[in-house]
Design a protein around this ligand. Structure first.
Ligand code: IVH
Length: 674
């Protein structure tokens, strides 16, 4: 251990702890205490140090979640304790029967149950050695699974380091995709004409079994840990009940589902199941039942297990929520990228707690596979508890009067030709100036993850387009109060607010603008990576394919799409117009204007050799925090950062009374929260 590096090692360690704390607050507790921008700054500081001192890099560093390279296949993992499945109960009678068997198995001992949600995802095992995540595996056959460590590391709610260094801990949990993310993922896949996931569970499974961890990282997966496989801990007593295990796992920083409850008898269990049958639709993730477990671990061992499942647990499965209705018509709509999506108009019917009167049919292949015709009697359900879909046609109700649907040859919005690109399942409008695409493009531009323009939702966008005031996104920045006031529904105040919100959006950080442009395949994450790498939209405009793919996590598909987008003269002139309107196209502004970094508006001068940071790194750190680095000291200088063997700048600073600080102070300044 080189003595000179001890300081930097400590700084790095402290940064890592701080970042992990914020990860934990955000992803496990759902209660962040800093902004995304502040988090990004901490991470940038850590990455900077780690790139300067690569020998201080450790696998548990929060910067290493997405580090792995795509691999050829997954290694097989032997589970030390088999991962069993659970027997199912489909009604009260099954639950009572289970209870009788438990009572029989335990003689006359009293016992309790713990009931918890049965998360509809994928079972995984996580192994921690001395508190560090060393392995993650799928359940597989139960005896052996696949090593998916690199993919699991990308899930932010999985701690890379436990809050306490337990000697050895293997836990089990369910990785899932939130309903909202599932809907969004499928929406994007649909737009691109890719195959859709049937439900959040398949989406989670498909995302975890990716050979490239970067794909998994982009999928917004999360985890609930629900049990212990193995635990070895010197000198401390392990929990003796399931409910105590959950508390203990929680204290280690693992994410536990808070909806669990102790029940004194099977009657209480049955009421719990009933409650959730109605309440489950409101959860942000999908559950497919309630798991009932005997609470005391000693009693669990007494009861033991069969080859397949433990005798101390049962899964109450909710009946699938389906309904019958009639397809009255099939209409199509045009999305932002021109994808034409058919939708079934249905006789209104209640499914999973809400009235459904339309169901997406996704694309023509699906309509043909299921042979859905106008007039058909059908069964519908909600994919992921959210998206109404036709499950199947009730053929016995066919009268012969049903009509076969065909895709329109012309776009219903602009009349341009409709084509089906080879290899895609989607039909697309070819009209470059298609108003439907324009509308969707504008709505996307103004939306939250993009330019986030308050008051510019779908209704207002439609009004603006219909009034002929906006023909592309750059026109937004020309809108005047007078123009808005002539429109229906606009009063002084609302018009003023909108004009101001549009003007304010000019100061947005670059990554938002890149995302807002709606380049195919460029989502929020890719936009951030591109903004960070290129730092200026004008550089991105001229980026070559090779440079794009050299950016970590940017693959050939995104690269090609960016190149194609930037090649199109229409798009280039659009960007030029945005620049002319004063829309921010550089990264620094994100910190100085938009976010107000901790050094916003400050000028610093560097002199001498800093203990850990090289000059370029120090400069980058200061600039990322919104500050400027000047080469000479003047009265306008805010700080002079002094290292070993400082030059005359130090004396000048003292003479002018400018604040003189060391590297430690610089770090403190950079990390100080707004
Ligand atoms: S306990 C030996 N608890 O359901 C008991 N499982 O068929 C092991 N699951 O493979 C499982 N939520 O993927 C347990 N709260 C929960 C669960 C849960 C979902 C899944 C898990 C398991 C399957 C059982």
């Amino acid at each position: 251990m080189g003595g000179g590096h001890e300081d930097i090692r400590q700084t790095i360690d402290q940064l890592r702890r701080e970042i992990e704390q914020h990860n934990y607050r955000y992803y496990v507790l759902d209660a962040p205490t800093i902004t995304d921008a502040q988090y990004d700054r901490l991470m940038a500081g850590l990455q900077q140090l780690e790139s300067e001192y690569p020998f201080l890099l450790t696998p548990d560093s929060p910067s290493q979640r997405v580090g792995g390279k795509p691999r050829e296949g997954f290694a097989t993992v032997q589970h030390t304790v088999p991962m069993l499945s659970i027997a199912n109960a489909f009604g009260d009678a099954d639950l009572k029967e289970f209870d009788r068997r438990v009572r029989g198995g335990l003689g006359n001992e009293p016992y309790n149950y713990v009931v918890e949600l049965k998360i509809d995802g994928l079972a995984v095992s996580l192994t921690y050695q001395d508190g560090i995540l060393v392995r993650g595996a799928t359940r597989g056959s139960g005896a052996t699974g696949e090593d998916i460590t690199a993919n699991l590391r990308t899930i932010r709610s999985i701690p890379l380091r436990l809050h306490k260094p337990v000697d050895l801990l293997e836990v089990r949990g369910e990785v899932y995709m939130p309903k909202e993310s599932f809907v969004e993922l499928n929406r994007r896949r649909e737009e691109r004409g890719e195959l859709l996931f049937a439900n959040p569970r398949n989406a989670a499974a498909g995302s975890l079994r990716q050979l490239d961890p970067a794909v998994t990282a982009g999928r917004n997966l999360s985890i609930f840990v629900y049990g212990i496989g193995t635990a070895e801990l010197d000198g401390e007593r392990l929990p003796n009940s399931h409910s105590a295990s959950l508390k203990w796992l929680e204290s280690l920083g693992l994410r536990i589902n808070t909806y669990h409850q102790l029940c004194r008898d099977i009657g209480e269990v049955i009421s719990y199941c009933r409650i959730w049958q109605d309440k489950k639709a409101a959860l942000p993730y999908q559950i497919d039942g309630i798991v009932v477990k005997v609470n005391l671990l000693a009693q669990q061992s007494t009861l033991g297990a069969t080859m397949k499942s433990p005798r101390w647990a049962i899964a109450f499965k909710f009946p699938p929520e389906q309904a019958q209705t009639t397809v009255r018509d099939i209409m199509v709509s045009v999305g932002r990228t021109g994808a034409i999506t058919p939708t079934a108009l249905l006789d209104p019917v209640t499914v999973a707690g809400s009235t459904v009167s339309r169901a997406t049919l996704h694309n023509l292949d699906i309509i043909r596979d299921k042979d859905i015709r106008i007039g058909d009697r059908v069964i519908i359900h909600k994919a992921g508890d959210v998206i109404p879909e036709v499950v199947e046609v009730l053929m016995e109700h066919r009268t012969g009067a049903e009509k076969i649907f065909s895709m329109p040859a012309e776009c219903p919005a602009c009349g341009a030709e409709v084509v089906r690109p080879s290899g895609e399942s989607a039909h697309r409008c070819t009209g470059a100036a298609c108003p439907a695409q324009l509308l969707e493009g504008l709505i996307h531009f103004a939306s939250r993850g993009a330019m986030d323009i308050d008051g510019l939702g779908p209704a207002v966008v439609t009004q603006l387009v219909e009034a002929g005031l906006v023909k592309d996104v750059s026109d937004l920045y020309n809108l005047t109060l007078e123009q808005l006031l002539k429109l229906e529904r606009f009063a002084d105040k609302s018009a003023e607010n909108l004009v101001r919100a549009i003007a304010d959006s000019k100061e947005n950080p670059l990554h938002r603008l890149i995302f807002a442009l709606g380049i195919r395949h460029v989502g929020e994450r890719a936009a951030r990576l591109l903004a960070d790498h290129f730092g200026d939209l004008r550089r991105l405009m001229d980026a070559r394919f090779e440079e794009l793919t050299s950016v970590s996590e940017i693959g050939p598909k995104i690269a090609e799409s960016v190149v194609n987008f930037m090649r199109e003269p229409q798009n280039r002139s659009l960007i030029e117009r945005l620049i002319a309107q004063g829309v921010n196209v550089v990264v620094e502004a994100a910190f100085t204007a938009g976010y107000g970094g901790p050094l916003a508006g400050k000028t610093l001068v560097l002199t001498g050799t800093l203990a850990t940071l090289k000059r370029e790194a120090a400069k980058e750190l200061i600039e990322k925090a919104g500050g400027k680095v000047a080469s000479s000291v003047s009265k306008k200088t805010d700080y002079v950062v002094v290292g070993e063997d400082p030059g005359s700048k130090y004396e000048k600073a003292v003479k002018l009374g400018v604040a003189v600080i060391g590297e430690d102070d610089l770090w403190d300044l950079v990390r100080s929260h707004d």
